[in-house]
Design a protein around this ligand. Structure first.
Ligand SMILES: [Zn+2]
Length: 246
């Protein structure tokens, strides 16, 4: 046991669209981390799965937040609807993420407006402040990063680090362990990466799971093994612990 080492587990793409998948992922994570996990919530996934205040899903979200689960705003629509002017960004957005990089093409002003709208919705539903923001596919334009500072968002992360947009301070570094199931090749390589990374001597080990992971038994087994192994050696924590320690 390394008590100074932390495990941060998160469920991405929490939305009424994936309610049963999220439940399944919770069943896998909870025996090892309890309520010490983060949910990355999408206010209106692809523009046709809105979280409506007063709906059964909204009460459920409120219940998770009340139980101590951290709530992060995760884009607004999740899908990238901007047209990228930069060829490299365009390539990254379409091939690497199947056009899920909503915040890769946004200006500072547009990103700030979208963050403010999503934040107001989620905070109305959970009855407290959101704990942070994570851009879909961990992809940020420089304007999006500046907008997080403008909005005084407490915590943000990308694939390689966690930082405080308020102070600019880096709070943790090291790749997130995550799984992919879009193709057999990606699925196989994500299993191999998880098996290698779960033993990495990182101070903060981040594990991020997605709703489609719950449809693949091999992925669920890998997730369970990774989280069980990490929780045996590390303290399951919350992102806000990083601020307290900073
Ligand atoms: Zn996502």
């Amino acid at each position: 046991m390394f008590p100074d080492r932390i495990l941060l587990a998160s469920i991405h793409d929490v939305s009424p669209r994936f309610e049963s998948e999220v439940e399944r992922l919770l069943d896998v994570l909870r025996p090892h981390v309890g309520e010490r996990l983060a949910m990355l919530v999408v206010p209106n996934h692809w523009g046709d799965a809105p979280i409506r205040p007063g709906s059964p899903f909204a009460s459920r979200l409120r219940g998770w937040a009340d139980a101590g689960i951290e709530i992060f705003l995760h884009g607004y629509f999740h899908r990238d609807q901007a047209s990228h002017t930069n060829a490299a960004d365009r390539l990254r957005a379409s091939f690497m993420t199947a056009r899920e990089g909503e915040f890769l093409g946004l200006s500072r002003g547009d990103a700030a407006a979208r963050i403010a709208e999503g934040r107001a919705l989620l905070e109305g539903v959970i009855g407290r402040r959101v704990d942070g923001f994570v851009a879909p596919a961990w992809l940020y334009s420089s304007g999006a990063r500046e907008a997080l500072t403008d909005c005084a968002m407490p915590i943000a992360e990308d694939h390689l680090r966690v930082w405080s947009p308020v102070t600019g301070e880096q709070l943790a570094s090291g790749p997130v362990i995550t799984w992919a199931s879009r193709t057999q090749l990606r699925l196989a390589s994500s299993l191999a990466a998880a098996a290698a990374l779960r033993h990495a001597p990182l101070k903060v080990l981040r594990v991020g799971v997605h709703p489609p992971d719950s449809r693949h038994p091999a992925l669920l087994r890998s997730i369970e093994k990774t989280v069980r192994g990490a929780a045996a050696k590390r303290r399951p924590g919350r992102y806000s612990d990083l601020l307290a320690a900073a």
